[in-house]
Design a protein around this ligand. Structure first.
Ligand code: F0G
Length: 481
């Protein structure tokens, strides 16, 4: 929740207390330059011991509650028929109203199975926006992704409360042009990750459902980022103001044929799952679980994590729990804006998204401005974010770069993890970097994997800009780290 101060300022207020802590390390700037170089200017490859604030992702790194940890002790460790699975299955049924639940080890495992079952060569999957792994699984099975976002989605400075909405007209045109038999399914992603954690509305999902009914198509709903999306629907969608989070969740779930999620995000733990009400779909997907994941009562997850997910899903129905992430993100985004730093607005879920195109207009997309900015932020602060731009795209078959729609650096806000003073520290160092932005240059690949290159590709700075940046840092901050 947020609270108003006597001074008039409004700040996010933590509705939890910290009972377990982990010591952090903040290496001096010279060591950060060295660590960044050794990591091939790829924040994925940094060692966590060199990182002060790990803002790479909110995946699997959200703080667990005391109740989650207590539940983990009760886990029933059997291969088949585990009571822990029954608890999780019942919780999923209760919250989403779906009869069948298939456990997986994480979100992309769901994407693998759904794509293998439903994506045939030469089919298209319309999406409100792609996610990296969801797109690759579709293309690996011979399909193509078509994004049917509304124009406002790519507008980084906007007041649109639901930039994650699908453009229904574009969707209908696409289906008419391709023919409904060439549409594998329609995929809607809650809390649209790659455009800055932007939500879609309940109304829009209902409209997509109507289109699915008209053309007899399946609606696959990725609810990995549902928690943030629920908060925004409750806050921004007039017709939902008086509905409970549980009611909104159920109404959303009722629109889809298949729901899937990464429990590294939804449920504050680690794992995943697919939910459906259709016996036919359940049976089609079931055999892949035993083939790729594990037996049907654990699907590759540890039983302890499954216990934690059960409690985490229940906690997701609590408005105070799910508002913490978006409100910290809004605070960080607003404070950065006050200092002139270009960020995505309105602030979304998942993290604070910095617009590298406007931050570094002098760095061309082919020199990965978002990747360079992520490296520079680490050098300036010890906080590591993630490149979400051209580096996260895959080259076209002819070797040409696929230029991303946007060049963003995502500073993820793992839920319940950071304090406000840590967020203020990150804001201060990023604001300093913005004032010294002309020092930052581009990067080039030295080792470039052909698939998901952003995970393990290595780059080099095109000049000695990292050293120059560190020298300026020393000049301005003296012996402060
Ligand atoms: N769908 C969405 C919307 C996601 O954000 C992710 C993961 C996945 C699916 C895949 O789930 O990681 O459990 O296999 N997003 C992470 C991130 C990787 O950092 O944003 P997974």
């Amino acid at each position: 929740m947020t609270i108003k101060f006597y001074s008039g300022e409004t700040i996010p207020l933590e509705m939890h207390k910290v009972r377990i802590v982990q010591k952090l390390n903040l290496p001096p700037v010279e060591e950060r330059v060295k660590a960044m170089k050794e990591a091939g200017y790829n924040t994925f490859l940094l060692k966590n011991e060199d990182v002060y604030m790990d803002m790479l992702t909110d995946s699997g790194v959200n703080a667990m509650s005391d109740r989650q940890q207590a539940a983990m002790l009760e886990a029933d460790d059997s291969y088949a028929g585990s009571a822990t699975f029954t608890k999780l299955e019942s919780k999923v049924q209760e919250i989403f109203g779906t009869k069948y639940f298939l456990p997986t080890h994480q979100g992309r495992a769901c994407e693998n199975i759904i794509s293998q079952v439903y994506v045939k060569p030469d089919t298209t999957v319309p999406m409100n926006y792609h996610f990296t792994t969801s797109k690759v699984h579709v293309t690996l099975n011979g399909g193509a992704v078509e994004e049917v976002f509304k124009d406002e989605a790519l507008n980084l400075v906007s007041e649109d409360p639901f930039k994650g909405d699908m453009d229904i007209e574009k969707l209908t045109t696409l289906i008419e042009e391709r023919g409904a038999d060439k549409i594998a399914f329609i995929r809607v992603e809650s809390g649209t990750n790659l455009i800055g954690g932007q939500p879609h509305s309940l109304e829009n999902l209902k409209q997509v459902r109507a289109v699915c009914n008209k053309y007899n198509l399946k609606l696959v709903y990725d609810i990995s980022l549902l928690a943030d999306n629920l908060h925004f629907i409750k806050e921004r969608e007039e017709s939902c103001k008086d509905k409970s989070i549980r009611e909104i969740t159920r109404e959303l779930a009722d629109q889809a044929d298949i729901l899937y999620f990464s429990a590294r995000k939804l449920g504050f733990a680690r794992g995943g799952g697919i939910c459906t009400n259709s016996e036919e779909d359940y049976l089609l997907m079931r055999e892949y679980i035993t083939l790729y994941e594990g037996f049907l009562t654990y699907g590759g997850m540890s039983v302890r994590e499954m216990e934690a997910i059960t409690v985490g899903l229940e906690e997701t129905m609590d408005e105070q729990y799910i508002s913490q992430g978006p409100q910290f993100i809004a605070y960080m985004s607003e404070e950065l804006q006050k200092k002139g730093v270009p960020v995505v607005t309105p602030a979304g879920g998942l993290g604070c998204h910095i617009d590298a195109s406007r931050f570094l207009p002098h760095v061309p997309q082919t020199a990965y401005p978002a990747g360079a900015l992520a490296a520079a932020i680490y050098i300036a602060s010890g906080a590591r974010g993630m490149e979400r731009g051209t580096m996260s795209e895959q080259r076209a078959e002819n070797g040409n770069e696929t230029l991303s729609h946007m060049e963003l650096v995502r500073m993820a806000m793992p839920r319940r993890v950071f304090t406000l003073s840590q967020v203020k520290y990150a804001v201060d160092r990023i604001a300093w970097l913005y004032d010294n932005r002309e020092l930052i240059g581009g990067m080039a690949f030295v080792e470039e994997p052909s698939v998901l290159r952003f995970f393990f590709g290595k780059l080099d700075a095109v000049t000695d800009w990292p050293e120059q940046l560190a020298a300026k840092f020393r000049e301005d901050f003296g012996d402060s780290l």
